[in-house]
Ligand binder design. Structure first.
Ligand code: ATP
Length: 136
């Protein structure tokens, strides 16, 4: 069965949207397999965002992800990776479609990092890699 790693980022936790976000994923029919609230370490974030190292938004992104706890979840289901990304909406919350998590709750707060509420794995390979980072 396919698995994906979902993170409610610090902006989602601070704004008390964790429950609403998880409820939307469950309502779609995916199964919650693991769940925890964690404060990330820099090492975890360096591993998680390795593909973005060197990009201008990388350091602000890591700092933002260290700014407060995140909620980490593993969801399971048929095509859950694609399915969650559809629920999340596009990366930029200002233009993410209404009806999506980012479209309904996110906007650009004028900071360096787009605080876009959630992360979801983008492939089976990254899901397994990321699950290893957050649920070692
Ligand atoms: P995620 O992987 O978080 O689900 P994504 O796949 O839509 O989002 P990526 O391109 O993998 O986005 O970028 C990872 C994260 O880095 C984004 O979710 C966002 O927080 C941040 N990010 C990406 N591009 C930019 C940018 N141009 N400026 C600021 N932050 C960015």
């Amino acid at each position: 069965i396919e698995r994906t790693l979902v993170l409610v980022k610090p902006d989602g936790v601070v704004r008390k949207l964790s429950g609403e976000i998880l409820a939307r994923v469950e309502a779609k029919g995916y199964t919650l397999a693991e769940l925890k609230k964690v404060t990330a370490t820099r090492e975890q974030l360096q591993a998680h965002y390795a593909e973005h190292e060197g990009k201008p938004f990388y350091e602000p992104l890591v700092e933002f992800m260290l700014s407060g706890p995140v909620v980490a979840a593993i969801f399971e289901g048929h095509r859950v990776i694609e399915g969650f990304r559809a629920l999340a909406g596009t990366t930029d919350p200002t233009t993410a479609a209404p009806g999506t998590i980012r479209g309904d709750f996110g906007r650009d707060w004028g900071l360096k990092v787009q605080q876009n509420l959630v992360h979801g794995s983008d492939s089976v390979e990254s899901a397994e890699r990321e699950i290893g980072i957050w649920f070692a």
